[in-house]
Design a protein around this ligand. Structure first.
Ligand SMILES: CC(C)(COP(=O)(O)OP(=O)(O)OC[C@H]1O[C@@H](n2cnc3c(N)ncnc32)[C@H](O)[C@@H]1OP(=O)(O)O)[C@@H](O)C(=O)NCCC(=O)NCCS
Length: 201
């Protein structure tokens, strides 16, 4: 459940997306390189900002808190650990081809990564692949929708024609979230358990 937001009042908080029925009516907000405060309906606060090269340790700690199911749904296969070179690669992005936002919990020390959303641009086909992850303790608060909306906004700013991603058919939450954001779901004959999710931009 996501609370109604008073858009008339200036706020230092980045607004969480309204409920699905209202989602497309809300104004777009440009991401800030310095980060934005996000407050969840249960009063917790996170900072939404672009990923940084120094986020490697936080990303690896985040990985250890994920369930095997979340890992499989995010990476589309089982992984027992996030090797350091892979974490470094995921945190040190090429801004020409990638955008990645993280939701950082700075109420604890060291700050913990609670969510991450990214796109990887394929210039040859004028599109970008997305992925998103929100830690389970922070799910159902609108954070996945917030990250996805930022990725859609960023893809539009880049002038891309399409945003797409692979989602396991068992992943009902993600399929539902994508449906609400206007993505179209297509079956993949060669990958029976996986759907191709696309959004024309
Ligand atoms: C899928 C995932 C990103 C959703 O994140 P989230 O922060 O919980 O999502 P939100 O709170 O923004 O939910 C947005 C909408 O998605 C749908 N949704 C989310 N979780 C759901 C669930 N458990 N059951 C049914 N619908 C769900 C709802 O329609 C929800 O809107 P509503 O709250 O207005 O009803 C998160 O569960 C996750 O990280 N899963 C593991 C990794 C993964 O599957 N990534 C996607 C593949 S790239």
């Amino acid at each position: 459940m996501i609370p109604a937001i008073d858009f008339s009042a200036p706020s230092r908080f980045a607004s969480l997306p309204p409920r699905s029925s209202e989602r497309f009516a809300r104004p777009r907000v440009a991401p800030s390189p310095h980060g934005e405060q996000v407050r969840t309906e249960d009063g917790r606060e996170l900072v939404l900002r672009p990923i940084e090269a120094g986020d490697v340790a936080a990303m690896q700690r985040c990985f250890t808190r994920l369930s095997p199911e979340d890992i499989r749904r995010r990476f589309l296969h089982a992984m027992s650990e996030l090797p350091a070179p892979m974490a470094q690669r995921l945190c040190r992005i090429d801004p020409a081809l990638e955008t990645a936002y993280v939701l950082m919990d700075e109420s604890v020390q060291p700050a913990e990564m609670r969510g991450v959303g990214r796109i990887y641009v394929d210039e040859a086909i004028d599109s970008a692949e997305f992925s998103v992850l929100v830690e389970q303790d922070w799910s159902r608060l609108g954070l996945g929708a917030l990250l996805m909306q930022r990725l859609v906004d960023d893809s539009r700013r880049r002038g891309l024609g399409e945003l797409w991603g692979y989602v396991l058919l068992e992943n009902r939450p993600m399929l539902q979230l994508c449906r609400e954001l206007g993505f179209v779901q297509r079956m993949m004959p060669d990958e029976p358990g996986t759907a191709l999710i696309t959004l024309k931009l």
